[in-house]
Design a binder for this molecule. Structure first.
Ligand SMILES: [Ca+2]
Length: 190
């Protein structure tokens, strides 16, 4: 039995998401092979071809595995696109607001607030790839926002605002936070 394995590496700057697609050739029905053949020849529609792929996935003939970048703990781990930079410590990923865990920036209208927002925009502009690692110690969130460690374009945003003097650590949460013991948190005051 020949196993056909195709690996597709999705190049997402800093995100490193690996999508593995594999199929057992002997299980692929002939009508699907014909559909693929006709599609290659331009003799069938996109919809028919996609329906054939859907059939393969639904019937576990085509196995799609998404190797997500690692998050720590068991709370949410969300890879996605940045859709908005709200301010120096809150961004939106697919429209979902995410507040930086432990690191806080001044409000937009306070001293340094605008600079903090601009700083985050400069390293994590809209459309960037982010990985939201929800804080297992603060799953209650904050004002409807997920509290998380955010890697954007491969950069730890929580650490970046502290390192570049655009924010400060909230020591009150060091004990509760999943990230209170991480090197960056301890370096800036936890
Ligand atoms: Ca976590």
């Amino acid at each position: 039995m020949r196993k056909v394995t195709v690996s597709i590496l999705l190049i997402i700057v800093g995100g490193g998401i690996l999508l593995t697609v594999s199929a057992d050739e002997n299980l692929v029905p002939s009508w699907i092979k014909n559909t693929a053949l006709y599609y290659g020849q331009g003799n069938t529609s996109d919809t028919e071809f996609l329906n054939a792929i859907k059939f393969l996935i639904e019937n576990n003939i085509l196995i799609v595995e998404l190797d997500l970048p690692e998050c720590s703990g068991t709370a949410a781990c969300i890879p996605g696109k940045v859709t908005r930079v709200v301010d120096g410590d809150t961004i939106e990923v697919y429209g979902k607001p995410v507040r930086f865990s432990l690191a806080s920036a001044p409000e937009h209208n306070d001293v340094g607030g605008r600079e903090a927002t601009e700083f985050v925009k400069s390293i994590c502009p809209i459309g960037s790839s982010a990985i939201v690692d929800e804080d297992d110690g603060q799953t209650q969130g904050s004002y409807g926002r997920i509290i998380a460690l955010i890697h954007c374009n491969g950069i730890n945003l929580n650490e970046a605002i502290l390192e570049n003097d655009h924010g400060y650590i909230i020591t009150d949460f060091c004990k509760d936070s999943e990230f209170g013991n991480s090197d960056w948190a301890k370096k800036y005051g936890c």
